[in-house]
Design a binder for this molecule. Sequence first.
Ligand SMILES: Cc1cc2nc3c(=O)[nH]c(=O)nc-3n(C[C@H](O)[C@H](O)[C@H](O)COP(=O)(O)OP(=O)(O)OC[C@H]3O[C@@H](n4cnc5c(N)ncnc54)[C@H](O)[C@@H]3O)c2cc1C
Length: 591
Amino acid sequence: MPSYRAPVEDTLFLLNDVLGFHRHANLAGFSEASRDVVEAVLSEGGKLADEVLAPVNQVGDVEGCTREADGAVRTPKGFKAAYDAYARGGWMGLSVPEEYGGQGLPHTLNTAMQEFASGANLALGMYPGLTQGAMAALLVHGSEAQKTTYLPKMVEGAWTGTMNLTEPHCGTDLGLLKTKAVPNGDGSYALTGTKIFISAGEHDLSENIVHLVIARIEGAPAGTKGISLFVVPKFLVEADGSVGARNGVSCGSIEHKMGIHGNSTCVMNYDGATGWLVGQENRGLAAMFVMMNEARLAVGVQGLGQSEVAYQNAVAYAKDRLQGRALTGAKEPAKAADPIIVHPDVRRTLMGIRAFNESARALMLWTALQSDISHRSEDAKERQTADDLLGLLTPVVKGVLTDRGFANAVEAQQMFGGHGYIEEWGMSQFVRDARIAMIYEGANGIQAMDLIGRKLPKDGGRAMMAFLGEVQAFIEAHEDAAMAPFTGPLQAGLKDLQGATMWLMQNAFAKPDNAGAAATDYMHLLGLVAMGYMWARIAKAAAAKPGDARMEAKLVTGRFYMERTLPETATRLARIKAGADTTMALAAEAF
Ligand SMILES: Cc1cc2nc3c(=O)[nH]c(=O)nc-3n(C[C@H](O)[C@H](O)[C@H](O)COP(=O)(O)OP(=O)(O)OC[C@H]3O[C@@H](n4cnc5c(N)ncnc54)[C@H](O)[C@@H]3O)c2cc1C
């Protein structure tokens, strides 16, 4: 049976020694998050992930969810108890303001916990994950009455949340949506339509489900300008806050899918269901974007979570499996063969995943920290810089961490040889579960287009200039010999990123296909450099702790990244500069 150990120590090192988390004590919620508190919170979270969530991961995959004849959905054995433990532990409201029952702690800590939950049990972690996304949208766009009605129950975990965007004929292009909202005359609306692929749309974990649904109010403009957001509870809520009559929303069926079997993916039928507008009429997409941005970061974290758990199990197997002898002579002559971890090609694989995981974790936490600063700082300039970086990095965290997370799960599976293909070892589940993160919350090609089409040119390229400036300033401030193995390659990667950005400025405006054809390579190029920057910062912090074996290992892993992963920037740049000509030359009929 596969195992999982949440990377608590590594997370603490990143927060305390690399990212300067405690320098932000002036921000709301951060003064409560002292070193001791952070350590206690993450240790408890890690324990919950290791001891409660992970043990029901494989059973969730095997058993999946079941829809009863009456439309009720049963989650796998053990999910309810594990979910209850998660809710009882107060994890749902970790960063929700105290006035709604939460703990008001930084979102950065919540993000760390999301990684632990995703690594331990992705399917189960999605139920609270979606609830947190729904709470984020209500917090920003909900009326005070909506906040007080829904948030405390969701913080408790008594009610969960969902996000209802996708319809049978539209996923990426939400402007095509057909779900209709008709005013009831009493401030509420009647919603009618079908939503598909709704995660956690129906289940037995909570007493009520709070659906956030996008729909078009009768007579609203066509396209994205006519989309409104509604809150539609499964059970209507009585004046005293208790659960009342069943609303006109039901689960028509659940999907049989490649992975995340323990999460119910539902077709949701809205048959005149009563809903209430969240935010302004026809401004629903903007409101939903609050939820989507939060969810995009959380999905990026899922990619890292799967990469980490797959790596941990591959390492355990590689130390145990005896095959062949080391090229330099037997390492364990008393045994029939050496463990496969002696082979350079096995090492190459494990080092590649490890080097990704540690810097991806840093990037994820750094991005989450920008989210906290952008929401909590009282300094307008500081808020703006953080918001710029958050916007720029969100598609990178989503797209790169999930593309690589899946690729790493496959590589880790490879370490098991044929056994990796056999279900009982669990590696197949990691691969299957990791795959969805590349698709939902906006397929990764769309993340790349968001980066290149919206985030890059926004405000005259201010965010990218700030990022390039920050990395350059770090390199110039660390020109000593000890840092040269990190800053040298980082400078080369940065030059490729600058070259790609310049090429796009000169070649994409007049010919938009050049931008579209470059988008995915550009997203990965930025991800490679951002993680290279994280490695340089990690190296600086690790070098300050000589004699610590864990830190020595970090310095080696960081050098591996610089030598073997970061040079990929040159290939990405070459592809970008090739332009769109051959990509677009063939007529559709030629395919
Ligand atoms: C298991 C699962 C859970 C899900 N959970 C939810 C949920 O909780 N709530 C919800 O609302 N939805 C959910 N979804 C839906 C998911 O978000 C969509 O499937 C996804 O956004 C893609 O939409 P689509 O399937 O309609 O693909 P399409 O939009 O048809 O896209 C197909 C392909 O074309 C590409 N493409 C489309 N347009 C462009 C373009 N303009 N430029 C470049 N490439 C383009 C896409 O990148 C993609 O590769 C879930 C889906 C699955 C499978």
